[in-house]
Design a protein around this ligand. Structure first.
Ligand SMILES: [Cu+2]
Length: 512
């Protein structure tokens, strides 16, 4: 990790950024894509070469990593979607500064170990430092990580391991000043409480793989895109302006059982969609990958002419021979969850708190700050049912480290105000008769392409979402080859980074 300059657009001066790379000259946003092979370990020593001061404003009044000598930028790397030991999971308090000079209280080691014995799929690595995640990612600290398992994936006949026809697209929003620097408002919504913290960062320019509104020349044939939403808070609802469809083959890190054809594709921050686009079917010679998701999602502002477009495909007029004839009707089938296997039921309530001027001050899960003792203490190898109760007005993408989950149903809470008042007072879903509220509520259909194993899911406001969480490998149901009960444990959190930082994150501590 070092400071660097990146040119985001032809007409914009180079931007000071923080980026991952193997050297200063080879640092980029996104960072280098790490290609891992199933069954072969990856070891990474993440080194911090960042300057003594941050390039973006941050806020010491939220729970934040602050080095005792006040110098340096705390960082720690989390591999999102990785099934790995706690010591290599990038706990928010395992941060370190340049040259490992200062370290957070749960720091354990320099060299991280990624096992790569999980199911194949798309992951990404990014910063996770306490209270600085939103600014460290805004500055540029993220990149893609792909686990390949050719014996499972090659027979699928999808574009695969092919530099020309398979691409990772990391999509994110940024605002810039005229001098090229990244613009982030330095004044909070409640400046007397939090001088800088704002509940959501939104940028006007849409960036794909480090370029604002780029174009890509494509041939008339199938391409595969692993699309990662690397925004802090922006949801994207993608569609193609020439009516082409997305053939959706994997969600987050796991393949679907069957491909699903989609006209539009909604991705929350940190969600991943692996899709095929068949440009041979295009009637036009250009197609815009466009976005129409309101921000904040779902009830914020409509998109405008800068953030409603993502990138342009320029499609060759010549017909091509496509070696990928047809997407197979079956992809990868993982063992299905059996509800009777669940050894625990948990209730996870999401709260937002506001000041006298009705501006958000902080968000909590289960009414607890991050540093309150762990209340979610599963046993490795077990499965659990979680009811995630969203008592706020926004959609929150919930991310669970280590475990993957299936979304069982999502139901509206009727008499939400009554339930919310009880929850605000007692903070206890059982005592507040949680079951009575969704009983007559409308069920929101879980989309077919999101019925597989997920590591992030969009928790609809005013709804309770029932998920089945598995703390073992999804392909074999086998146990982990490491001690998941070791310190510093794991976390689960909202993946809107501005929420996660203040402090919509809780420890996930495994016990024997
Ligand atoms: Cu959130």
């Amino acid at each position: 990790m070092g400071s660097f300059w990146q040119k985001f657009h032809r007409d914009l001066p180079a931007t000071p950024v923080f980026a991952y790379g193997t050297s200063r000259r080879h640092s980029t946003i996104p960072g280098p894509t790490i290609e891992a092979l199933h069954g072969v370990d990856t070891y990474v020593t993440w080194q911090n070469h960042l300057p003594s001061k941050h390039i973006l404003p941050w806020d010491p009044t939220i729970p934040t990593a602050v080095p005792p000598n006040k110098k340096g930028v705390p960082t720690v790397v989390h591999l999102h979607g990785g099934i790995d030991e706690p010591q290599s999971d990038g706990n928010a308090n395992s941060w370190f500064t340049s040259g490992f000079r200062e370290k957070g209280m749960t720091w354990t080691k320099k060299r991280y170990h990624y096992h790569n014995i999980q199911h194949p799929g798309t992951l990404w690595y990014h910063d996770h430092a306490m209270g600085l995640t939103r600014v460290n990612l805004l500055a540029g600290l993220f990149g893609a990580y792909i686990i390949r398992q050719p014996n499972i994936e090659a027979p699928l006949g999808l574009p695969y391991n092919d530099e020309e026809f398979e691409h990772t697209l990391m999509v994110f929003d940024r605002s810039f000043r005229e001098d090229g620097s990244i613009y982030m408002n330095a004044t909070g919504n409640n400046p007397s409480i939090h001088p800088q913290w704002q509940p959501e960062y939104f940028g006007d320019a849409i960036i794909v793989n480090g370029k604002a509104w780029p174009f890509m020349k494509v041939k008339r044939r199938k391409y595969r895109f692993r699309i990662i939403n690397a925004s802090n808070a922006r949801f994207f609802r993608f569609y193609l302006t020439n009516n082409l469809t997305f053939i959706h083959v994997a969600s987050d890190s796991a393949y679907n059982e069957r491909p699903v054809i989609l006209k539009e594709l909604l991705l929350s921050p940190s969600e991943i969609a692996d899709v095929i686009i068949d440009f041979a079917k295009s009637k036009s010679e250009t197609a815009i990958l466009a976005n129409d998701a309101p921000y904040p999602y779902p009830s914020g502002d409509p998109v405008n002419e800068s953030n409603d477009k993502v990138m342009k495909f320029i499609i060759s007029p010549h017909h091509e021979l496509d070696m990928w004839k047809k997407t197979p009707s079956r992809l990868v089938k993982y063992p299905s969850p059996n509800l009777s296997e669940a050894s625990q039921t948990r209730y996870i309530a999401m709260y937002e708190y506001a000041s006298e001027i009705d501006e958000p001050t902080h968000l909590y899960m289960n009414g607890k700050p991050y540093d309150a003792p762990a209340t979610e203490t599963p046993k490795p190898g077990t499965s659990e049912v979680w009811y995630v109760i969203n008592l706020t007005e926004d959609n929150h993408p919930l991310h669970i480290h280590l475990g993957l989950f299936k979304v069982l149903d999502q139901t509206e809470l009727v008499n939400l105000d009554e339930f919310k008042q009880c929850m605000m007072k007692l903070n206890d879903a059982v005592k507040c008769n949680m079951n009575k509220y969704p009983a007559k509520g409308k069920r929101a259909e879980v989309p077919a392409h999101e019925k597989g194993w997920k590591n992030v899911f969009k928790m609809m406001p005013g709804h309770v979402t029932k998920i089945f969480v598995r703390f073992s490998f999804i392909h074999s149901n086998g146990s982990y080859p490491f001690d998941a009960t070791a310190e510093p444990g794991y976390v689960y959190h909202c993946h809107i980074l501005d929420h996660e930082d203040n402090a919509m994150m809780r420890p996930l501590k495994f016990i024997h």
